[in-house]
Design a protein around this ligand. Structure first.
Ligand SMILES: NC(=O)c1ccc[n+]([C@@H]2O[C@H](COP(=O)([O-])OP(=O)(O)OC[C@H]3O[C@@H](n4cnc5c(N)ncnc54)[C@H](O)[C@@H]3O)[C@@H](O)[C@H]2O)c1
Length: 354
């Protein structure tokens, strides 16, 4: 049986432990720099509490680790874990910069261990069905994708590391936009993105945003120096245009514009809600518009997606290679390149090459 340790006992660390146990992976141990959090986690998941990253990584009874810590800790901890000979499932975003991504890739290659990226949306049941339809050429050559994820009030840990650029690398783009960037690249089989124009904005401030509840711990009088809203338009070498529309917070009421993917091909279109049990397939019959609902088998789309990610990680550990369909380090770096180009486009107020 595969056995792992978890580094980071926050919101998503808990999801990883629940998922691992659900799919039959042993959660042997945890380390979190916050002692109270790691103790509560150890008790909840009946695993051992480690007092340092070093002691966790020195254990012989774990094959791999999940790294679920604030973004600025991704590169140092991923490199440390790989150098200690552990397989790594690293949460998104891969790192804060392309240079950090390169350093992680070098550590992976040096160690011969597996590095899988936490691009969990790849395992959304409806996204998997849509990808299979795209691969089967059900909608022909793709010409346009619109990807939308608009939270009306969904800033994680307001004032804390998520909203502090030096610790997170950015706002909603690097937090949730990366999921959609990776998913589109994955679904379209990594066609080459060429150019991007991006616009980041911040509609809210610590004072004007009424923090209710979201992931991570909020910090009173903390920092909020990142975007809460981002629009980007990316053109590909195939001629495909990909529009990204993401917010942590917006004045637009939720679902005014439906979240998900609108994928248009030359012979049809797909409307995909990542967490629904059906997708819409639209096309023409005798020149007239036609659409049908494609049912998606699922139990609980969110749990199913994390199960898929952890089954893939167990398989990666077993086989020594990231299985087809899972996020690799190269995928993480490619997303980082697009993210940096979007931020650069916003800074320069002009289109940028990727
Ligand atoms: N895949 C997803 O859908 C998804 C969802 C949420 C978050 N994430 C990613 O997961 C990571 C963690 O996010 P979160 O929401 O759990 O944040 P969080 O703030 O809830 O938890 C982070 C935890 O890391 C701990 N920590 C900080 N530095 C550490 C260190 N050096 N060693 C060990 N522990 C340390 C903190 O004490 C905290 O408990 C982020 O990179 C985030 O982008 C992914």
């Amino acid at each position: 049986m595969t056995s792992i340790g978890i580094i980071g006992a926050g919101m998503i660390g808990n999801v990883h432990a629940e998922t691992a146990q659900r799919v039959g992976t042993t959660v042997a141990c945890v380390f979190d720099s916050n002692e109270a959090k790691r103790s509560a986690f150890a008790q909840k998941f009946d695993c051992e509490e480690e007092a340092s990253v070093e002691s966790l990584l020195s254990r012989d009874d774990i094959d791999g680790v999940v790294i679920a810590v604030p973004n600025f800790q991704h590169a140092p901890l991923a490199i440390q874990a790989l150098e200690a000979g552990k397989h790594v499932l690293l949460e998104k975003p891969m790192a804060l910069s392309i240079e950090e991504c390169d350093n992680i890739l070098a550590a992976r290659d040096q160690s011969g261990k597996v590095l899988q990226l936490g691009f969990v949306c790849r395992y959304s049941p409806s996204a998997m069905v849509a990808k299979a339809m795209i691969d089967d050429w059900s909608i022909g050559k793709i010409v346009s994708i619109q990807a939308t994820l608009l939270r009306q009030r969904g800033i994680p840990g307001l004032g804390g590391w998520f909203t502090t650029k030096a610790l997170s690398g950015g706002g909603c783009l690097i937090d949730i936009g990366v999921h959609l960037l990776d998913l589109v690249m994955h679904m379209t089989s990594m066609n080459a993105p060429k150019r991007v124009i991006g616009r980041c904005s911040q509609a809210f401030t610590m004072a004007s945003y009424d923090y209710d509840e979201m992931w991570s711990d909020p910090v009173e009088n903390g920092t909020f120096d990142v975007e809460d809203r981002i629009r980007a338009s990316i053109t590909f070498d195939t001629g495909m245009v990909f529009d990204l529309n993401v917010s942590w917070a917006t004045h637009i009421p939720e679902q005014t514009i439906a979240d998900g993917l609108l994928i248009e091909g030359e012979t049809g279109a797909l409307i995909v809600d990542l967490w629904s049990d059906e997708i819409t397939h639209a096309y023409s019959v005798d020149g007239k518009p036609h659409s049908e609902t494609v049912k998606v088998e699922l139990e609980d789309a969110w749990n199913d997606a994390f199960d898929g990610e952890h089954r893939a990680f167990a398989q990666a550990i077993e086989s020594g290679a990231v299985p087809t369909g899972a996020g690799t380090g190269e995928d993480g770096k490619r997303v980082q390149e697009i993210v940096e180009a979007i931020y650069a486009s916003d800074d320069a107020q002009k289109e940028m090459a990727i």
